[in-house]
Write a protein that binds this ligand. Structure first.
Ligand code: ZN
Length: 442
């Protein structure tokens, strides 16, 4: 009999498993067997077919696939609360860009990325899709902490030399080669937006994306004026402009998509480009509310991101799900729109689809990456339990995130980060605060 027992690396035992697979199965009394970073089996707890050196008891937990933060700027973590209560244009041009010009360095990017990644893991996030500067340092920080990332060096034309513009994409291709053996890290092209990159730059990014099978990650139609200015300047609406350039033929994901009309949605759906909604950031900067009901009607894949911490001001996907579900019930006048299960799909499988990772991420299924989050039911606010989807979206907060497994490795255990020292990360942030705050006063 014993010969029938296989040894695996890790077993997650019991709990309420929300698979987020096509059938949206909810499994009770099941184990997840993990080997070499992959889900090898999901099987009833009554069949003792696996043994493992390590077992996580998930009995009092809801078990979900790792959350995917599909749009963020993780090195901005040190600019949290630096400037608030302003419209996007003033916030960006008068506060954020000058602060970045003064302070951003490879060292800051590494330290702030480590901080942001630690915060995201404690919020149940396993993958971030990031756009910033010095993305090699972010890749190193994510490797240290054991988190996944797709990283794009932001292309903002006004900040670049002619040489830099000529070499767009070179660095991403080099980094891709450099990190080829690192299964956690990949790179993308990140033209910041239509209003910061001219047509030739967007064309160049498109060429590289198409010839090297590289994703494009950009901002699109975040504010009303951005969409209006595109029409004024180019005589054409933003999505049609990108189509004319050929960019929609590439694998492109667009953050925000607040000010888009139905003809533009049709085009996005036709090309299979996804929208990343960033509700909290859009509310705080009064950018608007993305038309998610129309996107759904047109069959556009919509996933979710926190955006940078400077415009949120947290990296909490659980609260992002909560606020997204509720704000769209108000705008549509329909409480049945965006039920909790749909919102959880946006934060998991839809993110995987958007990033081209559907085959390996976004759901708990045999053969997929072992990226698993355990949410504790051991708190006043999590009892009693009738509907686990409702709990995840409406009742739970980041304090409920107990354990996080990424690529089969436990990176958070009983709320303690296993690969980094949280106290040290907090101490480092305080050192930067002194430096940044004193510069702001000058
Ligand atoms: Zn952004």
């Amino acid at each position: 009999m014993s010969s029938k027992i296989s040894t695996v690396d890790l077993i997650i035992s019991g709990g309420t498993i929300l698979c987020i697979d096509p059938e949206m199965r909810v499994l009770k009394n099941h184990n997840i067997a993990i080997q070499n970073g992959i889900i090898r089996d999901i099987y009833p707890t009554t069949s003792a077919i696996y043994e493992a050196a390590e077992t996580i008891d998930a009995q009092d937990c809801i078990v979900i696939p790792g959350l995917i933060n599909a749009h963020t700027h993780v090195p901005m973590t040190y600019f949290r609360g630096l400037a608030d209560d302003l419209p996007l244009d003033t916030w960006l041009r008068n506060h954020i860009w000058p602060a970045e010009a003064r302070h951003v360095s490879p060292r800051l990017v590494y330290d702030a990325s480590l901080h942001g990644a630690a915060e995201m893991i404690k919020n149940g996030i396993v993958l971030l899709n990031d756009m910033y500067f010095f993305c090699e340092q972010t890749a190193q920080a994510l490797t240290t902490i054991g988190m996944r990332g797709i990283l794009g060096e932001a292309v903002i034309q006004a900040m670049m030399s002619a040489d830099g513009i000529h070499n767009i994409g070179k660095q991403a291709l080099q980094l891709r080669t450099q990190f080829a053996d690192n299964p956690l890290i990949d790179f993308a092209l990140s033209p910041h937006s239509i209003y910061t990159c001219d047509r030739s730059v967007l064309e160049k990014c498109t060429d590289i994306a198409l010839s090297h099978d590289m994703m494009i990650h950009m901002h699109l139609c975040e504010t009303k004026s951005e969409s209006e200015n595109c029409l004024k300047e180019h005589g054409i609406k933003p999505v049609f402009y990108l189509d004319q350039i050929g960019l929609l033929k590439a694998h492109a994901v667009m953050a925000h998509g607040v000010w888009i009309d139905e003809d533009e949605m049709e085009l996005l759906a036709h090309h299979g480009n996804s929208i990343i909604t960033c509700t909290d950031s859009n509310l705080k900067l009064v950018s608007g509310i993305a038309p998610l009901q129309q996107y759904a009607a047109h069959g556009v894949n919509v996933c979710m991101g926190t955006d940078g911490v400077a415009s949120n001001n947290n990296l909490d996907m659980l609260s992002e799900m909560d606020i997204t579900a509720k704000i769209h019930k108000i705008t549509t006048g329909d409480p049945s729109f965006l039920p909790a299960s749909d919102v959880l799909r946006m934060a998991t499988i839809n993110g995987a689809k958007a990033l081209g990772l559907e085959a390996s991420m976004g759901s708990l299924e045999i053969g997929k990456n072992a990226d698993v989050v355990l949410l504790s039911l051991d708190a006043l606010e999590t009892q009693p339990l009738y509907n686990p989807y409702s709990h995840v979206v409406y009742a739970m907060n980041s304090n409920c995130v107990r354990d996080v497994v990424i690529a089969g490795e436990i990176v958070l255990q009983n709320r303690v980060l296993t690969k980094v020292d949280e106290a040290e990360i907090i101490a480092t942030a305080k050192t930067y605060q002194k430096q940044i705050a004193s510069e702001q006063e000058k």
